[in-house]
Design a protein around this ligand. Structure first.
Ligand SMILES: Nc1ncnc2c1ncn2[C@@H]1O[C@H](COP(=O)(O)OP(=O)(O)OP(=O)(O)O)[C@@H](O)[C@H]1O
Length: 260
């Protein structure tokens, strides 16, 4: 369970990115965080794994006060939390398999790290993760020969191989076309439902957020202005989250309603 209790984040330059955030996210939820650019979405999700330090309040993950973790404890804590970025963050000049195996490096004894020799168990786990996201056949292909959607699936497999309880996804489909975006979102949904991994995703595509997430958190100017189940999101609520900028929102809302 992730708990934000009166969380604040003010950056060193004085920018107040988050104010008075109070949220509880249960294990296994699929949450989309939406809002205008600069609203504080990235900051919110990056506080969960201590990529950013909060400056007020308390943030607990499974009853661990994240702000109190130090050194090795932070590294161990982060092993349970996968992170997916818009830019995939892969080593493109090597194979898919090697990119996934990298997720085991922190667990290896020093000599294995130096020699790059992975155990059979690690290799099987990596292949299983690739199978889970439907790209097992790409295991020995160089990453730079894959499409953007396939690369994002490699990133997802690398995260899965880590056995995370939580996946934080920061704009995972921002650089993908609409068809590929849905394929990647299907993977997130499958992982979330089948493996009970919590997914907390920062996303600009409102219609996709409404289609896939179970819960929507709307952020405006660093504050939560909506938090509820996806089916409770109305046009007025979207107006509140996006500051009455209806045109784009209305069309995405209508498009989404058509799916239901
Ligand atoms: N490292 C930083 N130092 C100072 N200010 C920052 C830093 N990172 C973000 N900010 C500011 O904090 C606020 C929230 O930014 P954040 O990136 O969390 O928003 P966002 O909703 O994710 O935006 P986007 O959708 O454009 O990614 C913005 O005003 C941003 O300029």
């Amino acid at each position: 369970m992730i708990e934000f209790i009166g969380v604040e984040k003010t950056y060193a330059n004085g920018t107040i990115a988050l104010q008075n955030i109070n949220l509880t996210i249960d294990q296994g939820e699929f949450v989309a965080v939406i809002g205008l650019s600069g609203a504080g979405k990235s900051t919110l999700i990056r506080c969960i794994n201590r990529m950013h330090d909060i400056t007020g309040g308390q943030l607990n993950v499974d009853e661990v006060d994240v702000a109190k973790l130090k050194g090795k404890q932070i590294r161990r804590f982060r092993r349970r939390i996968g992170m997916i970025f818009q830019s995939f963050n892969l080593v493109t000049r090597t194979t898919v398999m090697k990119n996934v195996l990298v997720s085991f490096v922190p667990d290896l004894p020093l000599w294995r790290r130096w020699t790059g020799i992975f155990t059979k168990a690690h290799k099987i786990k990596a292949l299983e993760a690739l199978d889970k996201v439907g790209i097992l056949d790409k295991a020995f292909i160089r990453v730079d020969q894959l499409s953007g959607g396939q690369q994002q699936r490699v990133a997802l497999a690398r995260t899965l191989a880590q056995n995370p309880d939580i996946i934080l996804a920061d704009e995972p489909i921002a650089s993908l076309d609409p068809v590929t975006s849905r394929m990647v979102m299907d993977d997130f949904k499958k992982i979330n439902k089948e493996m009970n991994i919590s997914v907390i995703m920062n996303i600009h595509h409102v219609e996709i957020a409404l289609e896939y997430a179970d819960r929507i958190i709307g952020i405006r100017k660093g504050e939560v202005v909506f938090d509820g189940p996806t089916n409770k999101v109305t046009k007025d609520i979207l107006g509140e989250i996006y500051g009455g900028n209806f045109d784009e929102i209305q069309s995405s809302f209508e498009e989404n309603s058509a799916h239901v």
